[in-house]
Design a protein around this ligand. Sequence first.
Ligand code: SAH
Length: 393
Amino acid sequence: MIKGDIILKARKEQSLLRFHPWVFSGAIGGQVNFQEGDFVRVVAASGQILGYGHFTPNTSIAVRLTHFGNEEPSENWIRERLQSAYDLREQIGLADNPNTNTYRLVHAEGDLLPGLIIDHYDGVFVIQAHSSGMYQLRHKISEALQEIYGNRCKAVFDKSAETLAKSKLVAENGYLFGSSPETHQAKENGLEFRIDWEGGQKTGFFIDQRESRKLLGEMSKGKSVLNTFSYTGGFSLYALQSGATKVHSLDSSARALEIANENAALNGYSDRHDIIQADAVQYLKNLGEEYDIIVLDPPAFAKHLSARHQAVQGYKRINSLAMRQMKPGGLLFTFSCSQAVDKQLFNSTIVAAAIEAGRKVRILHQLHQPADHPVSAFHPEGEYLKGLVVRVD
Ligand code: SAH
C-alpha cells in the first residue's frame, strides 16, 4: 500500500509536527517519482517519520496527510475513520434525527479525511473526492458506508468528475452502490427539499447553512424577504414556514429556481413565494422595492489567496447595495464562503460597506458553519463559512 518515501527539505517539518496535514510542493527535497494518488510516507530531512498521505503531482499541495507520526495506517483505516465520522454525527444529534436527515458525514480535514467530502441525504450518500488518492478509495468507502449504515444505506453516488476535473483517473459521475431512487428528496428541520445530487451544484444542496436558515426562520414572521443567491430556496423555505408575508428567491440559475418553486410547492407555500432569475448585482443596483430582510449568500468570490483583494471589493459592493436599499430597522443576513477571506476581514468588509452605504449598522449574530462541518484546530483553513446578521438603521 505504501509506495515509498517523500523526503522534506531541512526545517520543513514544523507544520506537520503541529498536525497541519498539508505538504507543499516547495517543501520537498530532490526528485519525486510517484504517481497521482499514491500513498506515501513523509520523512523529515533528519530521518524522522512525519506521517502518511496521498500524493498529487503538479499542484501546490503535494501530499495530504491522513496519518501523523510513525503510526502505520491499518488495513482498515478508511472504515475506521468513517465510523468515527459517523459517531460524531450521532453525538451531535444528526445520525438518527426524524426531522433532519440531511447532514455532512465527512468534512475533509475536519474528519481526518483530507480530500474527501461526503454528504448524506436520507440514506443516499454523495461523495466528492478532492484528491486522486481518495478517489481511488471510492469503492472501499462505498463498502464501508454500507457496513456502517446497514439497510439504511440506499445508494452511494460518486460526484467527483467536477472536483477532480484535472485528473486523468476520473471518468464520469455515477452510482457506486444502488441506483437513482424515485424521489430525490430529504428533510431539514422538518422541511422537505428536493435535492438534485446528480445535476445540481456541489453535492446538490448547501447543508452548511442549516443553522443560519433556522435563525432566519425565527426572525421572519410577518416580514418581506429577498433571498439573493437563493439556489433551491433553502433560506426562503424557512422564512415561508415561519410566516413571512412574501418571499422572493433570486438566482442566476433557472434550474435552481425551478427546484426552489418545487420546494415551495412541496411544503405548501407557493402562494407567498416568487422567483426572480437575474444577476444579483444588477438586480440590487436597481432594486425598486423595499424588503424587511435581505439574504446575501454568494458563491466563493475568492477561490485562491491571489483573488482575495478582488473578492473583498465584490463583497463590499453587494453588501453596500443591499444596505442602501434596506428599510430602516431591516435585517441583512450576509455570508462569505471564501476560505481566503477570514472572519476578521469579512467583518471589516461589512463595516466598509456600511460606511459606503451611509447606514448605521449593528451586529446581532456572528454565524459560521455547523458542527457537521468540524474544523481541525490544527487546520484553521477548514473554517470557510462565515456570516453576520446585521440590523440596518
Ligand atoms: N443560499 C443557498 C446557497 C447559495 S449557493 C442555499 O441556502 O442553498 C450560490 C448561488 O449563487 C448558486 O445557486 C448560484 O447559481 C448563484 N449565483 C452565482 N452567481 C450569481 C449571480 N451573479 N447572480 C445571482 N445568482 C448567482
